[in-house]
Design a protein around this ligand. Structure first.
Ligand code: TMP
Ligand code: ASP
Length: 234
C-alpha cells in the first residue's frame, strides 16, 4: 500500500488517497487549534500521541462491535482507514457539563447528566459549527430519522464503552465529539478519538488532561497527553 495524493487537509489531520481501493491514510499533524482556528500553535509530538491514543480507542471499539473506519496503525503519525462518505455533522456526547454548554445555558460546570446528552452540530467553519436540533438534521436532509436513530445509538454505545474503559484507568470522560460517515450505505464511525476531541479529567484530582490545557493556556499539554496514552495503553 502506497500513499498517492492528499485528498483533504484539515486543521489537525491530512487524509491521503492510496493505491489500495477504498482505503486512505489518516495522518495526524502537530497543529493545535482552538476557537475555530483563531488560536493556532505547532506542538511537537501531538500528532504521534493522538495517533497512538486514537488507535487504542478504535481497536477497543472495533473489538466491542462498533463499526469504525480504523484498519491498523501504520506508523508513528499515520493510520490506515476505510474511505467514508462523511456526514457534515459533529455528534457531541456529554456526561458532565463543560465547555460551550456551560456558556450557552449558564449552568454550573461539573453537573452530571444521566442519561448523557447527545447534541448535533453542523460541520461548517464558515458558520462556526452551529448547534442543530434533530428536526434541523432531518429537515436539512443531513440524515434521515432512521440514520439519526442509528447515529444516536452508536454514540451512546461508544460512550458506554469508553466511559467504563477510562473509569478503570482513573479518567472521567466528561464529553467528546464523534464524526460518522457511510460506507456502502452503512454507518461507520470515522475521524479520531483523542484528547483533542474529548474532555478527560483525572477522577481523583479533577486535573484536566485534554485540549482544554491549550484552549485555556494551562501549560503541561504534552505531559497530559502522554499521561492519557500511558493510562490508555495500560
Ligand atoms: P464544546 O463544549 O466546545 O462544545 O465541545 C464539546 C466536545 O467536543 C469537547 O470534548 C471538545 C470536542 N470538540 C471537538 O472535537 N471539535 C470542536 O471543534 C469542538 C468545538 C469541540
Ligand atoms: N477544533 C476547533 C478549532 O480548531 C475548536 C476546538 O476544538 O476548540 O478551532
Amino acid at each position: 500500500m502506497r500513499k498517492t495524493k492528499p485528498l483533504y487537509e484539515g486543521k489537525a489531520k491530512i487524509l491521503w488517497e492510496t493505491d489500495s481501493p477504498g482505503r486512505m491514510v489518516q495522518e495526524f499533524k502537530d497543529d493545535a487549534t482552538a476557537f475555530n482556528g483563531v488560536k493556532h500553535e505547532i506542538i511537537s509530538g501531538k500528532g504521534v500521541l493522538n495517533n497512538r491514543i486514537s488507535s487504542h480507542f478504535f481497536t477497543l471499539l472495533n473489538e466491542a462491535g462498533v463499526t469504525t473506519h480504523f484498519v491498523e496503525k501504520l506508523s508513528d503519525s499515520e493510520m490506515l482507514v476505510d474511505r467514508l462518505e462523511m456526514l457534515p455533522i459533529e455528534v457531541v456526547v456529554r456526561n458532565v457539563a463543560a465547555g460551550s454548554m456551560v456558556k450557552r445555558l449558564g449552568i454550573e460546570a461539573g453537573r452530571r447528566f444521566d442519561p448523557p446528552i447527545v447534541e448535533y452540530y453542523l460541520k461548517d467553519d464558515g458558520l462556526n459549527d452551529p448547534i442543530l436540533s434533530e428536526e434541523h438534521v432531518t429537515a436539512l436532509g443531513l440524515a434521515t430519522h432512521e440514520l439519526l436513530a442509528e447515529i444516536r445509538t452508536a454514540a451512546i454505545k461508544v460512550n458506554d464503552i469508553l466511559t467504563d474503559f477510562l473509569d478503570e484507568r482513573g479518567i472521567r470522560l466528561v464529553d467528546f465529539k464523534l464524526e460518522f460517515g457511510l460506507k456502502d450505505g452503512c454507518l461507520v464511525l470515522g475521524d479520531e478519538i483523542s484528547p483533542d476531541t474529548c474532555r478527560f479529567h483525572d477522577k481523583t484530582s479533577d486535573r484536566i488532561m485534554d485540549k482544554d490545557r491549550f484552549r485555556q493556556d494551562l501549560g503541561g499539554f504534552i505531559e497530559a497527553y502522554n499521561e492519557v496514552l500511558d493510562r490508555v495503553s495500560s
